[in-house]
Design a protein around this ligand. Structure first.
Ligand code: FAD
Length: 422
């Protein structure tokens, strides 16, 4: 562990050197006086990208190395004091001081918590029996076990589970996905999308057991056995769980901040303490256009929030946070989601789900509250510009017909032309 010097003080201290913390520190350094910003991270790496860890990183027979987002030398050159390999273990909001595991005490004027989230674990098996994926080290451990293995059971049919399943299948393993819900990616996509992905995975040779929770996990020889609630026993060389993540809120709780499924913040990222801010996967932000508060677990929103909050902390005009957008790549397919589909009271499908390229629009009343595109990235680029807008009845009627240009439909140019044309 790196020894953080005994007593330090920074006008701006960022805890958590993930993508949100890295972006915020870099932005703050550009806005503040030299030497004003420190970035404290428990991982020994500089901020890196997590999305490749379940995709390219696992596919590759050669270790492609750390997918660096901001390298240490660059951050230091920008004026960020990097304190990596040490963990914040306490925050005293009255003394405005952070204590680290290495015994350091770091004072701050403004503190930003970007502590992210940790992978949920299954309460079965001995330590090391079930692998999870959140960090670079996790991905190296999974890759090392996948290469040379014959079979893997993936528990969880969400994004991470399915990306790992696709990567493992790409390496030629027998892959079995076990999911407690009755469809894939249930919390994030509508049934038509779940079905389409199930078809794709089966076609690629992945086996599924749905609607069946795990009851126990045991070692059998050099491999593992999963016992399911319906009595089924499945054996594999390794087990990977992708069953979601939980926000790292311990520090915030210690500091007495308001926490409810994440650190509660206002639209500027300010917590219930005016000198402490939060951003990224750990923060519950308000999304005013959609009338809700929600914690997100997505790359781009984490960076967008960090960018805004850094500006607010520095006391300068802050860019607005765009509507959330998330992507996932599974086999050769691309899935993109924007907004909050679960708010919708109706769905409009554009394109043919059986043709494997389509977009689902989520409508609440007349408002476009979200969309999910399957192999239709161009649709999503257009949709993102119009999220949150109210659509006219003519637009809603024109939406499913792919002979109508989506750009014109979303701009409301259909009435002007009399009818939308392709
Ligand atoms: C395998 C994987 C694949 C993904 N793929 C996609 C994708 O395809 N598309 C997409 O939109 N999103 C994807 N995501 C989500 C995206 O990576 C996250 O939303 C993003 O990493 C959030 O950034 P963050 O900085 O808020 O949190 P994190 O990335 O979790 O970083 C938080 C950092 O804080 C550190 N930390 C925590 N507590 C302390 C402490 N007390 N002291 C010091 N440091 C601390 C942690 O060690 C960590 O380094 C993926 C995530 C994973 C894990």
């Amino acid at each position: 562990m790196m020894q953080t010097s005994a007593r330090l003080h920074y006008p701006y201290l960022v805890i958590g050197a993930g993508p949100a913390g890295g972006r915020a520190a870099k932005t703050l350094a550009g806005l503040a006086a030299p030497g004003a910003v420190a970035l404290l991270g428990e991982e020994s790496w500089p901020p890196y990208e997590r999305p490749p860890l379940s995709k390219g990183q696992l596919f590759s027979p050669e270790d492609p190395g750390l997918p660096t987002l901001y390298d240490r030398a660059g951050l230091e050159a920008d004026g960020v004091h990097c304190l990596f390999g040490d963990r914040a273990v306490g925050v005293d909001p009255h003394a405005q001081q952070v204590v680290t595991a290495a015994g350091g005490q770091i004072g701050y004027d403004r503190l930003l918590l970007c502590t992210g989230a940790s992978a949920r674990t299954l309460p079965f098996g001995a330590p090391g029996d079930v692998l999870t994926l959140r960090t670079y080290e996790d991905s190296l451990a999974i890759r090392a076990r996948l290469v040379g293995a014959g079979s893997v059971i993936v528990v969880g049919g969400g994004f991470i589970g399915l990306e790992v399943a696709a990567s493992a299948r790409g390496l030629g393993l027998n892959v079995h996905v076990v999911e407690a819900a009755n469809r894939l990616m249930q919390r994030a996509v509508p049934p038509v999308v779940s079905l389409c992905f199930a078809r794709k995975f089966v076609k690629e040779g992945v086996a599924f057991t749905m609607k069946t929770p795990v009851e126990d996990i045991r070692r059998v020889g050099t491999g593992h056995r999963i016992l399911l609630r319906d009595g089924t026993k499945l054996d594999a060389d390794l087990i990977v769980a992708g069953i979601g993540a939980q926000p790292n809120t311990a520090l915030a709780e210690m500091a007495g901040l308001e926490v409810d499924g994440g650190i509660l913040v206002d639209g500027d990222g300010r917590t219930s303490n005016r000198y402490i801010f939060a951003a990224g996967d750990v923060a519950v932000f308000p999304h005013e256009t959609f009338g809700l508060r929600r914690r997100l677990e997505a790359w781009e929103p984490a960076l967008d929030q960090a960018e805004r909050v850094a500006h607010v902390m520095a006391g300068v005009d802050a860019p607005a946070i765009p509507s959330p957008w998330v992507w996932s790549n599974q086999f050769d397919w691309n899935l993109q989601m924007a907004g909050f589909g679960d708010l919708a009271d109706r769905e409009i499908v554009r394109g043919a789900p059986e043709g494997d390229s389509f977009t689902v629009f989520h409508i609440r009343g007349a408002q476009l509250v979200g969309a999910v595109s399957v192999n239709a990235g161009r649709d999503m680029t257009l949709v993102r510009r119009h999220l949150g807008e109210d659509l006219s009845e003519a637009q809603l009627v024109a939406l499913p017909d792919t002979t109508n240009q989506l750009r014109k439909v979303l701009r409301g140019q259909i009435e002007l032309q009399g009818a939308a044309t392709g």
